[in-house]
Design a binder for this molecule. Structure first.
Ligand code: 6LW
Length: 501
């Protein structure tokens, strides 16, 4: 197993879970307040990954309309048994613990069964030797009066058809005592049941620990070398490594998929893209798994992706607490995507916005916008309190273009007036000069640019660290896309260019 890229799934793809069926691997990741939710990625060689569908395509499956910042779809686990795929997940600060199923992992997935009595996050699903399903989860309370309380790793037997719990909740002791024991996964191998967890929190202290038992219900004995994976205190380029899930290849090798970030800076550093999916190799020594350090191996080269916005949107587009279809205007303009503004902005809970993950450390998006008596443009978002945008507003003979950088409690604005007509807008995340001091303290610089009438206007250059995993209130990553503020805003000629060089 060489030449598997790392990140495996670049951009906002945290909390990965993996299953292999035959010679095909499937990975799912967290999507929080975005729809469609929970992408399903497929690969047969671990190198090329294709997004074949989403678990959550209908709003009623997840009920995200009012979910708060940082809440929503957290940490799905994907498993397969007797011809059925299962994805169990927490809709945090919302619907709760839900298990979805499908025969075809590309979908459609069902509406999901609520396991209402599970109070916690990061559910895992497995079956004991008699075929009884059990859910192992992290007892972090995300609703009600006990919000924030943590009761450790827990487990309960469940009826997947009804969502009823069938046993007492068992408390499982595992790990080194790090904060936020979470992301449990249970595996059976050679007569042992292994319980793997993350601990230390999903920041620089993140880690993975292991325990085992002859009984899936425990008690579990901790591994001799916990944590078996962490980047804490190291200068490795991939940090925050944790939240892993294991898979065995057809030739008996083992792999862990996990989340990590690619921070840039120095003592303090910032991860523009958010938490991404990485992998590392796992070896079994005396009945215990040992994980290799997570190496950085991004796919080489410049990637250019041009999208015909006149064609139907593919499933890589996401909207916030609503479906992408719901933001599209009924007025169709040939060759263009037209969004209908609702008088709201990017600070709205459900803005008129569709976007895609920023996939590379250096990246730019360009689009041409028409705003005859309308307003809209390009935006890059972490959440409703944290976004940068460059928007054009048609005002008769002229168009006013405004760049805005918004972080909690602060806003920076710059404007220019250009002749009426199409305007090309660009958001470009660039590296500061390597020799400049700022390169030691930030991830990148985001340039907000407009071009009209043959003139380029760099309206603002904003420090990218304010739009990073370390600073945003949400657990998401950068999503860059199209926003309509008012009127029918038409977009043409989407061009994404990215590089990890
Ligand atoms: C995820 C949990 C976590 O459920 O963040 O802090 C949550 N760690 O494992 C959202 O990604």
């Amino acid at each position: 197993m060489t030449a598997i890229p790392n990140p495996l799934l670049p951009g906002f793809n945290p909390d990965p879970s993996v299953v292999r069926v035959g010679d095909t691997y499937y990975i799912v990741t967290s999507t929080f307040e975005y729809l469609p939710g929970i992408p399903v990625y497929r690969s047969t060689d671990l190198v090329e990954w294709e997004r074949i569908g989403n678990v959550v395509t209908r709003p009623e499956q997840a009920e995200l309309e009012e979910v708060s910042t940082a809440g929503g779809v957290w940490a799905p686990t994907i498993r397969h048994r007797d011809g059925v795929f299962y994805v169990i997940v927490t809709i945090a600060m919302g619907r709760g613990c839900v298990v979805y199923s499908a025969i075809d992992p590309a979908g459609p997935w069902d509406d999901g069964v609520l396991i209402g009595e599970i109070e916690g996050i990061d559910p895992d699903l497995n079956w004991d030797d008699s075929g009884v399903a059990f859910v192992t989860y992290s007892g972090l309370v995300t609703t009600g009066e006990d919000f924030g309380k943590h009761t450790g790793i827990r487990q309960v037997d469940v009826d997947l058809a009804t969502g009823a719990v069938l046993s007492e909740k068992r408390s499982l002791q595992v790990g080194t005592g790090g904060m936020f024991p979470e992301a449990p996964h249970v595996y059976k191998r050679d007569g042992w049941w292994y319980l793997m967890i993350a601990e230390g929190g999903t920041e620089r202290g993140h880690s993975v620990s292991i325990a085992r038992s002859r009984d899936p219900h425990g008690p579990f004995e901790n591994g001799p070398a916990n944590p078996i994976l962490t980047a804490r205190g190291t200068d490795r380029p991939v940090q925050n490594t944790g939240h892993g899930d294991l898979v065995e290849t057809p030739d008996g090798e083992w792999l862990m998929v996990l989340l990590g970030v690619r921070p840039r800076g120095a003592v303090r550093s910032f991860s523009a893209l958010g938490r991404e999916t990485f992998h590392t190799r796992v070896r079994w020594v005396d009945g215990w798994p040992e994980a290799d350090p997570v190496l950085l191996a991004p796919r080489p080269g410049d990637v250019v992706e041009e999208i015909d916005l006149g064609a139907p949107l593919d499933g890589g587009w996401m909207a916030v607490r609503r479906t992408p279809a719901s933001v599209i205007s009924p007025v169709e303009r040939p060759g263009a995507l037209t969004l209908r503004g609702e008088g709201t902005g990017m600070d709205a809970l459900a803005p008129v916005f569709v976007g895609r993950r920023q996939l590379h450390q250096t990246a730019s998006v360009r689009v041409t916008v028409r705003v005859d008596d309308a307003a809209g443009g390009l935006a890059v978002r972490y959440d409703e309190a944290t976004f940068y945008e460059v928007v054009a507003e048609g005002r008769g003979d002229v168009t006013e273009v405004t760049a805005r950088a918004v972080v909690p409690g602060f806003e920076r604005v710059a404007s220019v007036t250009v002749p009426a007509g199409p305007v090309e807008l660009e958001l470009a995340a660039v590296r500061p000069e390597a020799t400049a001091f700022v390169s030691m303290v930030t991830s990148d610089v985001v340039r907000l640019i407009a071009r009209a009438g043959g003139v380029e206007h760099v309206l603002a250059e904003v420090d990218g660290r304010s739009l990073s995993a370390e600073t945003a209130g949400s657990f998401t990553g950068r999503v860059v896309g199209l926003v309509a503020l008012r009127g029918d805003v038409s977009f043409e000629g989407w061009r994404y260019e990215g590089s990890d060089a």
